[in-house]
Design a protein around this ligand. Structure first.
Ligand code: CA
Length: 222
């Protein structure tokens, strides 16, 4: 566990990506780099970040499509688009598609850092806690604090699965959807059952409910 802010940097120009990574590390960030949209989506869905820095023109999946997909799956991490597409219509499109901020390339480094700080402040003020059966999930630290005050540590994947269910309590998720959203690099939906089993073992049988013939949903908060 660390207090350093975590940032996902998505940029296919590797020189620029490494320059940004060095700069952000020197500012205290823990940096994860993705050079294409597919990787960005995977990282964004499976790891918690405090802020996202996204290019638009990317191999595999365009940057705004990455953001749209993350948002549709409940990832609300503030995002700054950093793009050569910088006219007013481009910026409007980016903001309409879920970005919190937008900067055109070429950019001023100090301004970029200041805008990232502003986004992080906004994120910190949003409570990263979701109610789950018997307690609350801290989505940043991947821990559940039970109503009795015990802290249960989850693995990244357990935490990602529980968070996915907890962001839409009451919704039934087909196993195939959970496989795609939470375990995009696995190809057998048995992994979903395995992690449901792990969550039940840690949090109790009622934490995740089986909906016969369909999939799973979050258990009821009692
Ligand atoms: Ca690019």
């Amino acid at each position: 566990m660390t207090d350093r802010p975590r940032i996902l940097v998505v940029e296919d120009d590797r020189r620029l990506a490494r320059m940004l990574a060095d700069l952000l590390k020197s500012e205290g960030y823990l940096v994860t780099l993705a050079f294409d949209g597919q990787r960005a989506l995977h990282e964004g869905l499976t790891q918690p970040f405090d802020v996202l820095l996204l290019d638009r023109g990317l191999p595999a999946i365009e940057g705004l499509d990455v953001l749209t997909r993350l948002r549709s799956r409940g990832v609300l991490t503030p995002a700054l688009i950093l793009s050569a597409l910088g006219n007013a219509a481009d910026r409007v499109e980016g903001l309409d598609r879920g970005a919190e901020d937008y900067m055109a390339k070429p950019f001023d480094i100090d301004e970029l850092l200041a805008r990232l700080r502003a986004l992080r402040r906004r994120n910190i003020s949003r409570v990263p806690v979701l109610p789950v059966p018997g307690g609350t999930l801290d989505t940043t630290g991947r821990t559940v604090t039970t109503d009795a005050g015990d802290v249960v540590l989850l693995s990244d994947r357990e935490g990602a699965l529980l968070e996915h269910l907890a962001r839409r309590p009451g919704q039934v998720f087909p196993r195939a959807d959970l496989l795609e959203s939470v375990f995009p690099d696995a190809d057998d939906d048995g992994v979903v059952d395995t992690y449901v089993h792990y969550l039940r073992r840690k949090l109790g049988k009622e934490a995740v409910l089986t909906v016969r013939g369909i999939g799973y949903r979050l258990g009821a908060r009692t």
